[in-house]
Every structure is written in C-alpha cells, then in structure tokens.
Design a protein around this ligand. Structure first.
Ligand SMILES: [Cu+2]
Length: 132
C-alpha cells in the first residue's frame, strides 16, 4: 500500500506543476524522475542594484528557456525601474516581477524612468539571455 501512496503523490505533483506552467502552448516536458531536484517556488531570482546611472549588479543574466524568473530591483541611488515590452515587465524598486522566459533570445532590459540626462538614462541597460 505504501507504493500506491507514493505513486499518487508523484501523480498529483506532476499535475500541479503542469497547471502552473501551462498557459502557453508548451510542449510537455518529459523529464523522468526529475522531481527530486525541483525547488518549491521554481523561480530563479535575481536582485538588481542600481545607482545614478548604472545597474551595478551583473549586467548580463542568463536563464534556460522555460525558467520562471523573478527580478527584484534595489535602488541604491536615484529612482530607476526595469522594463521590457516583450517580456511584459515594468517593475519598480522593491516590487519584484515574475515571468516565464519561454522564448529563447536576448532581451534588453532598460530603465523606463527618465532618471537623468538622456545620455545617462539611456546607458542603463541589462541583458537577459534566454538559452535553449
Ligand atoms: Cu534609471
């Protein structure tokens, strides 16, 4: 009977995961027995720090396609934001955004707040690489 219980549990976990990820036309991932290493939240978190007029943390973020990405911004100086239209994010400091990186490519994340002279403001960029 123990065995049956384990099977049922595994089954409901799989269903739960599929329900979370599933809005898009994702092909179902068939990774046998990968559930052990899956973290509970499933999101890869990045904390970006910004000053006038630069993102001071890593300027290049890389994630695997299909990853849930959570980005948090900490303004150490000035008022900055992070946005990208394709990813549908426009986040303010201390108000994290979470999204699924489901299309491979390179995304430019910019500060969408006019935080200084055009030249300075436009220099604030990050790259998010979504790799297969
Ligand atoms: Cu800025």
């Amino acid at each position: 009977m123990k065995k049956l219980g384990v099977l049922l549990l595994a089954g409901s976990l799989t269903l739960g995961l599929a329900a979370c990820g599933g809005e898009e036309k994702e092909t179902k991932t068939s990774e046998p027995a990968a559930s052990e290493s899956t973290s509970t939240s499933g999101a890869e978190e990045f904390t970006i720090t910004a000053t006038n007029w630069e993102f001071t943390s890593d300027k290049e973020l890389t994630v695997k396609k299909g990853t849930n990405v959570k980005i948090n911004l900490v303004n150490e100086e000035g008022l900055h934001t992070i946005s990208n239209e394709d990813l549908g994010i426009d986040l303010k400091a201390d108000s994290p955004s979470e999204f699924t990186a489901d299309t491979a490519g390179e995304y430019e994340l910019i500060c969408s707040t006019v935080c200084g002279a055009t030249e300075d403001h436009e220099a604030m960029k990050l790259t998010l690489k979504v790799v297969e």
